[in-house]
Structures are given as C-alpha cells and as structure tokens.
Design a protein around this ligand. Structure first.
Ligand code: AMP
Length: 398
C-alpha cells in the first residue's frame, strides 16, 4: 500500500485530541498532533504541533460547543496547510454485543453503537457525535471504529459471563472490558520478547488491570461498563450490589420516576465515587498527594483504598495466570506517581515482587524492579494512537 495520512480522533467530555500519522507498508511516522480543549468554555485552547514539538497552531478560541470545537479541527485539516487525511480512526470505547470487531463506520454502524449507549454512557454519546460529524465534514474519506473492547475478545466465558438470569445476558450484559487499545500497545511494545505471564495495570483517571497469557487477554477488571473493576478517579469499581439497591431506594424517596432515579444513581457511582468520593476532595492523584503531605486523612484513606484494591486484584490475577513474569504500570498514575507504584508493590512481597526505590523514582519508561525481584516490574507508556493507525491500515488493505 502507498503511503497515506491517517487521522486519529480521541474525544473526551471537554476535549478532542487528534494526531495524524503517515502510514505506508510497515512505516508509521507521526506528522503532528493537536487538541481542542475546554469545550463549553469561553476561553478554550486549540493547538497543533509537529513531530519535533514546534507549535503550528496555538489559539485560545471560545468553544461554546463540541460542534464548534470539531469544526476548528476539520477546517484546519481541510485547509491545505496540513496533509489532508486519507482515512480516519476513531477510538471507540464500546460497540455493544453486535460490534466486537474493529470496522469501517457507516451510518448504520453508528446507530448500532448508539443503541448501546448505556454500556458506556460517559463516552459513547460523544464518540457517535464525532463519528457523524467526521462523515459530514470529511466527505468521501473512510472512517473506522477501533474498539477498546477488541483486545478483550479472547477472555473465556467463565470470566465474561455475569452470574445473572440469562434473559439479561441475551440483552448484552457481560464483561466487555475497556482500555484495550492501551493493553494491546503494551503487548506490541514488549514483542518479540513478550513474557508468557503478564499483568498490566492501566492506572489513569479511569483505572483497570488485565491478565495476559502469551499476548492474549484472559481476564480484565472492568466489566459491562468502565465503572466496574478497581476504584478509579470518580467511579466505584466493583461493589456489593446491595449498596446500589440501598442508594437507589434512598434516591427513589424523592425521585419517583424510575429513569430519573437510575440516572441519579449513575451520577453517584460514576462521578461522585472512587478517589473523589472517599477523599471528598478530588479525583486527581496529584491533588491527593499534596493533601496527604498536609496530613489530610481522607485523602490518605482514598489513596490507601486505591493501592490496596489494586494489590488484591494483582494477587487474584497471579492465581489465574498460575504465576507472573512481568508487571507493567501504565496510564497517568502508573507512569508518574512513584508513590502509588511503591505502595501497591509493598503489598506484593509474598509474590516475589520487589521494587528498587531508586529505579522507581522515575517518570516514563523504565524497569523499576530490584535485581532480586522474582518478577520484572516495568513502566511503559501506551501507544494508543499508533495501535489505531495499525488497525486502520489493516482494515484499509483488507
Ligand atoms: P490519565 O487518565 O491517564 O490521563 O491519568 C490521569 C491521572 O494521572 C490523574 O489522577 C493525575 O493526577 C495522574 N497524574 C498525572 N501526572 C501525575 C504526576 N506527575 N504525579 C502523580 N499523578 C499524576
């Protein structure tokens, strides 16, 4: 295949991140990246920088809506100043039970993804909006959905099946797992010396862990939605279902409409819980570390709960893998918060995991285990955009 510019779009609640890669044959070269940030504010940020880091665009436009924000991106990329994209890859959190393969986006595919908004209510409405806009503003250019659930398609049924009546399973309720593009990129970076028994902890504002045997995912902590699994910035993670029923009954006293009550419950479990809920301060690890320095006991408890949960989960995955060769930390916390890494690993000495405090005192890629450690512990930043480009190129040539 001749060389083609591939645009990667990754949309969040207040930002749209993008990058353009030149892709051809086995070559991948990032030409530039950018973002519009601060959607919903009068003073947004719009920047594009080239591969050397030089800013090509640096503006502070008003961004009253997502529509205005995405039009800025499309106008810039269609202006002739940058190589116009020949294909577009969309990071897609979840496609529901009918869409588990990465594939070309059509209006019908967008409708299908949208019909399962309940599986990822924070992400899917934004993703489908951007898909529709991309089809409209880049006419004739093929768009592809690259799914965060795709890497988890190898998880056996014993782990994906929820212990609930089959009628709900038939509606699509199962463990899907998320952060799959990040996990795939860690496996990609470890090849060709991929360890057989691998655990990856993707610790960001959303956090999850996966157990990977010979490059294939065998279990992951997030479930039907990204709210499941380990505690994260503002989400509960797995929780006794009785707690949900208790909170729902409290909400129902003042909110008799069932849908409205369910939405309020969703706000509690997805936006008001996790690190933010326990600390009553912030969902951001940097804020919590600052507060801990000032002796804030609630911040200390929130971070202890986070590290304790992760250590427990790693222990259970070692049992599933029947051993462990390598533990990898990634994501904003995994890559930068040295204290979280050491607090998590402090509880794992019985598994032969020993960190070297000096090696651990880094941000970014490094091996941080001690020579005496039975398990190699590494920090590896993910390469999600590159993985999306690889899938787009594969699908274009298929
Ligand atoms: P992500 O969702 O991957 O962007 O990660 C966001 C999380 O990473 C937030 O909780 C941040 O506080 C945390 N984070 C980012 N940089 C640092 C840092 N230098 N030290 C500690 N935590 C950080």
């Amino acid at each position: 295949m001749s060389s083609l510019p591939v645009l990667v779009l990754n949309s969040g609640s207040s930002s749209i991140k993008f990058s353009v890669y030149e892709a051809g044959g086995g070559q991948r070269c990032r030409l530039f990246e950018g973002a519009v940030d601060g959607i919903g504010t009068d003073l947004g940020k719009f920047w594009i920088r080239d591969a050397s880091g030089k800013k090509l665009v640096d503006e502070t436009p008003p961004l009253p809506s997502r529509s205005v924000a995405f039009k800025l991106v499309a106008d810039a990329l269609n202006s002739g100043e940058f190589p116009a994209p020949a294909a577009i890859g969309h990071r897609t959190v979840c496609g529901g039970p009918g869409i588990q393969e990465n594939q070309r986006i059509t209006p019908g595919i967008i409708d299908e993804i949208e019909s399962y908004t309940d599986l990822a209510p924070l992400h899917t409405p934004i993703a489908v909006y951007i898909m529709r806009e991309a089809l409209r503003l880049f006419p004739g250019i093929p768009n592809f959905a690259v799914l965060d659930t795709y890497f988890h398609r190898t998880i056996p049924e014993v782990a994906t099946r929820m212990p609930i009546p089959t009628e709900y399973v038939e509606m699509g309720v199962r463990r899907y797992g998320y952060h799959g593009i990040s996990y795939e990129s860690i496996v990609y970076q470890l090849e060709p010396e991929l360890p057989e028994k691998l655990i990856v902890a993707h610790l960001g504002n959303g956090a999850s862990i996966s157990a990977i045997r010979k490059g294939r995912c065998i279990d992951t902590s997030m479930g039907l939605t990204p709210t499941g699994g380990i505690i994260s910035g503002s989400r509960t993670g797995d929780i006794d279902p009785g707690v949900l029923l208790f909170i729902l009954k409290q909400i129902a006293r003042s909110t008799p409409d069932a849908t409205e009550a369910a939405e309020k419950l969703e706000t509690v479990v997805s936006k008001r819980s996790g690190l933010a809920g326990v600390s009553e301060l912030s969902n951001d690890m940097r804020d919590l570390r600052e507060a801990i320095k000032d002796g804030n006991a609630k911040a200390r408890l929130a971070v202890d709960k986070f590290c304790w949960t992760i250590a427990r989960w790693i222990g259970s995955y070692v049992a599933e893998l029947n051993g462990l060769d390598m533990l990898v930390f990634t994501g904003g916390i995994g890559e930068n918060d040295t204290a979280s890494r050491s607090e998590i690993c402090a509880g794992l000495g019985a598994l032969g995991i020993v960190l070297d405090p000096e090696r651990n005192n880094v941000r970014g890629a490094a091996t941080i285990s001690a020579e005496s450690s039975a398990v190699t512990v590494r920090v590896i930043p993910p390469l999600e955009d590159l993985m999306i480009v690889n899938h787009v190129v594969r699908l274009m040539s298929a």
